[in-house]
Ligand binder design. Structure first.
Ligand SMILES: Cc1cc2nc3c(=O)[nH]c(=O)nc-3n(C[C@H](O)[C@H](O)[C@H](O)COP(=O)(O)OP(=O)(O)OC[C@H]3O[C@@H](n4cnc5c(N)ncnc54)[C@H](O)[C@@H]3O)c2cc1C
Length: 186
């Protein structure tokens, strides 16, 4: 059984035309606020999405933020709502194609800094950014069965739950016991 922390974005990644940028105006304000939330070292601008998709394609995302906590995600989503900026939750990018024009919004990367896994008795608790291969390895080292099907799927737990990933007759819905999600009330 496994439990994960799952964040629903509810947005589709899309190709966007680049606007005339005025970094001293709105954009600079958004950048500053993202840096305040996640730390400057975790906020990239014009980040090529080809670096974050399995198929190595995709133009620049306006903002690319690597998050470490639910609170950070919540604050970023609130900021995006307030500033009316699109956002996108990125797992491992293994089920994602991004167009050459990139993404006009904030990409929120979960897998780098939210990937803890722990086992308690016969259950595995993992954060949404944990890789399925690592969860499967942990299941094996704790003599837990049921997650073998997912060991070769190159995604994160959050992405797998979102997609109900499956292989060899197994599916996430068979092993997922519960998932945290949050809905923004604005
Ligand atoms: C070589 C290869 C083999 C594959 N084999 C299989 C297979 O056997 N079975 C299978 O089912 N799939 C397979 N896939 C597809 C892919 O690996 C799965 O769909 C996987 O679950 C995607 O996870 P990800 O973390 O890479 O998600 P991403 O590609 O990053 O995102 C996929 C979707 O999930 C959303 N998402 C990601 N993380 C979260 C989160 N924390 N909260 C909310 N939404 C989130 C994204 O917004 C996006 O809509 C394969 C892909 C490749 C490239």
């Amino acid at each position: 059984m496994c439990e994960c922390t799952l964040y629903f974005a509810g947005r589709l990644l899309y190709d966007g035309e680049r606007k005339n940028k005025n970094r001293n105006g709105d954009e600079h304000r958004v950048y500053k606020q993202l840096c305040k939330i996640s730390g400057e070292e975790n906020v990239l601008r014009d980040e090529p999405m080809k670096k974050h998709t399995t198929f190595r394609i995709g133009g620049p995302a306006d903002y690319f933020v690597t998050v470490q906590s639910k609170d950070e995600i919540r604050e970023i989503l609130l900021l995006c709502k307030r500033e009316q900026i699109p956002y996108y939750i990125l797992g491992n990018g293994s089920n994602l194609l991004v167009g050459d024009k990139g993404y006009r919004g904030v990409v929120i990367q979960i897998c780098k800094r939210m990937n803890e896994i722990r086992t308690e008795e016969n259950k595995i608790y993992a954060q949404a950014g944990a890789l399925l291969s690592k969860i499967a390895a942990q299941a094996l080292s704790n003599s837990l069965t049921g997650f073998e099907f997912a060991s070769g799927i190159p995604g994160t737990l959050g992405g797998a739950v979102m997609m109900n990933a499956g292989a060899y007759g197994g599916e996430m819905k068979h092993v997922l016991e519960s998932a945290d999600e949050f809905v923004l009330h604005i």
